[in-house]
Design a protein around this ligand. Structure first.
Ligand code: NG6
Ligand code: CA
Length: 502
């Protein structure tokens, strides 16, 4: 019997309360995934790229490993989140695309997934924040029990925003129930037609405090029009300015409730996704307009969260993984001065493109791992992807690693090896894919527009020509090597085809 188990047994035999002690001596670390929405590689100051200062996110980097080659699997939200929780590549599932707020649950409750796997290993599991993975069976009724949802795929506790902060319904769902709903004012949503008499951004611009630039002309809540229509549920509708503090509070409340056992928390912040409506404490703080202010608001919350772990004596036994679901975007549908007030800041870092794009900045995101006392701080060049968390964490908590697209790269994540993945398939909007392998990125020929067509100023990376880039020498993907290095390009293209057909 190991020393720790012996101590535990002794305390138990003596009949002492072992709750705090159990947390200190149990062998499995708590696991927290802090997941941002649309945060770019250059938005985290620890990467030394942009001008915005994120001192609290940087604390994770200073106490852990900063990954220079960390990826989301997709350049949009739903597919990346799907991969993170299932270990499956999103382009294998046609339905894994940006979902509407009334879409059914995308993740099949049957097979193993990350929260279920950690539950098997004895973890208490919780999710707080942005969900955007669908709820219910297709005819979701917001006025009764909402399911299947996070509770059916392995989360013991779930306090979520149903979809995105720019989509209806604008309510929080607390373990399958809309929070604050008044039975006399039931909530209905539609993504097709408005409800009679309900104001919309399109017809009632005088009611708006944030004006939309494209899309987002549906129902109005809190002076902001959204995608889709909603009626009723007025007492349950959120106030955007309070969302960040609320998610922080709920995250800490979850930990307080379960901290005598190992826990897994998926803390999914909504920043800096549109609409960017931070609390007034942060308005004007970045000098870059609402996008920068929203990031500072998130950074502050992360600081409070880290402080709590320290005060509770949990930080040394907590593995934190920090990343973002996709790359950055400036105007994503509201006039919020994101481009005009950006100054010299570079949310995309040295990379080309951003959210939606097959170019690098779409998926090449900040990726930090800390576990004070266990993981030695440093910088790693290893190729790591969010899809690999499932297999890597299975190894960490000593349960069987299920057959998925996820690869066990635990040694790289712990900074004990520079050997990450050999290759990775990345995805842009519309399930179009490319491959990162070693120092190269291969973008196969794709049909499709050069730029996003619905009002976002963003290059897609799609081209009828084969593209090959050497990232270390050309991070901005300006120099297509496919014509001059034809043999290399053909070799990688063949490998890409093999990987996506597997
Ligand atoms: C787009 C929205 C955009 C954002 C995105 C999803 C329009 C015109 N644009 O369709 O604002 O909501 O979907 O973002 O509706 S994500 O980060 O959740 O993937
Ligand atoms: Ca996103």
């Amino acid at each position: 019997m190991g020393m720790r188990s012996y101590l535990f047994l002794l305390l138990s035999l003596l009949g002492l309360s072992v709750s705090v002690t159990a947390q200190q001596i149990h062998q499995k670390p708590n696991i927290v995934i802090i997941y941002m929405d649309d945060l770019g590689f250059g938005d985290v100051s620890a990467y030394g790229q942009g001008k915005l200062q994120t001192p609290n996110i940087d604390r994770i980097a200073q106490n852990g490993i900063l990954f220079e080659n960390g990826y989301a699997t997709s350049a949009t939200c739903t597919p990346s989140r799907y991969s993170l929780l299932t270990g499956l590549y999103p382009w294998r599932n046609q339905k894994a695309q940006v979902l509407s707020g009334d879409a059914p649950l995308l993740i099949d409750p049957e097979p193993i997934n990350l929260p279920k796997l950690l539950k098997q290993a004895g973890y208490r599991t919780g999710v707080v924040g942005k969900w955007h993975l669908g709820l219910g069976n297709g005819q979701v009724d917001w006025n009764s029990n909402i399911g299947p949802g996070p509770n059916e795929i392995g989360f013991d506790d779930a306090y979520i925003m149903a979809a995105t902060n720019d989509r209806v319904p604008n309510v929080y769902v607390d373990n399958g129930k809309v929070e604050g709903l008044n039975a006399n004012d039931p909530l209905y949503t539609s993504y097709k037609t408005n409800f009679e008499g309900e104001p919309t951004g399109k017809e009632n611009p005088e009611l708006l405090k944030v004006k939309y630039s494209h899309g987002h002309d549906g129902s109005i809540n809190n002076g902001v029009s959204r995608i889709g229509f909603q009626k009723g549920g007025k007492s349950a509708q959120w106030v955007d300015e309070d969302m960040s503090d609320l998610f922080l509070e709920k995250s800490i409340a979850f930990i307080k409730k379960v901290q005598d056992r190992p826990f897994f928390l998926y803390y999914a912040l909504h920043q800096p996704h549109v609409p960017r409506v931070p609390h007034k404490r942060f308005v004007g703080q970045s000098g870059m307009g609402p996008r920068g202010d929203a990031i500072l608001e998130a950074d502050w919350c992360i600081g409070q969260f880290l402080d709590y772990l320290e005060e509770a004596g949990l930080h040394k036994n907590t593995l934190i993984i920090f990343s973002s679901d996709n790359g950055p975007v400036l105007d994503d549908g509201y006039f919020d001065q994101a481009a005009e007030q950006l100054g010299d800041h570079t949310p995309w870092g040295p990379y080309r493109g951003g959210k939606y794009s097959l170019f690098e900045a779409g998926t090449h995101v900040p990726f930090l791992v800390s576990w004070p006392g266990t993981v030695e701080p440093g910088v790693s060049e290893a190729l790591v992807s969010q899809v690999d968390l499932l297999a890597s964490l299975a190894t960490l908590v000593k349960v069987q690693n299920p057959e998925t697209d996820s690869i066990d790269i635990l040694e790289a994540l712990m900074g004990r090896s520079e050997q990450g993945r050999e290759s990775l398939i990345i995805e842009a909007v519309g399930h179009r894919t490319a491959m990162r392998k070693g120092d190269y990125v291969l973008i196969p020929p794709h049909n499709g527009p050069k730029k996003i067509t619905w009002g976002v100023d963003m290059e897609t990376g799609f081209s009828k020509a084969l593209q090959l880039y050497h990232l270390p020498s050309d991070p901005g993907q300006q120099n297509n090597l496919a014509p001059s290095q034809a043999a290399k390009a053909q070799e990688l293209w063949a490998e890409y085809k093999r990987l996506i057909d597997e």
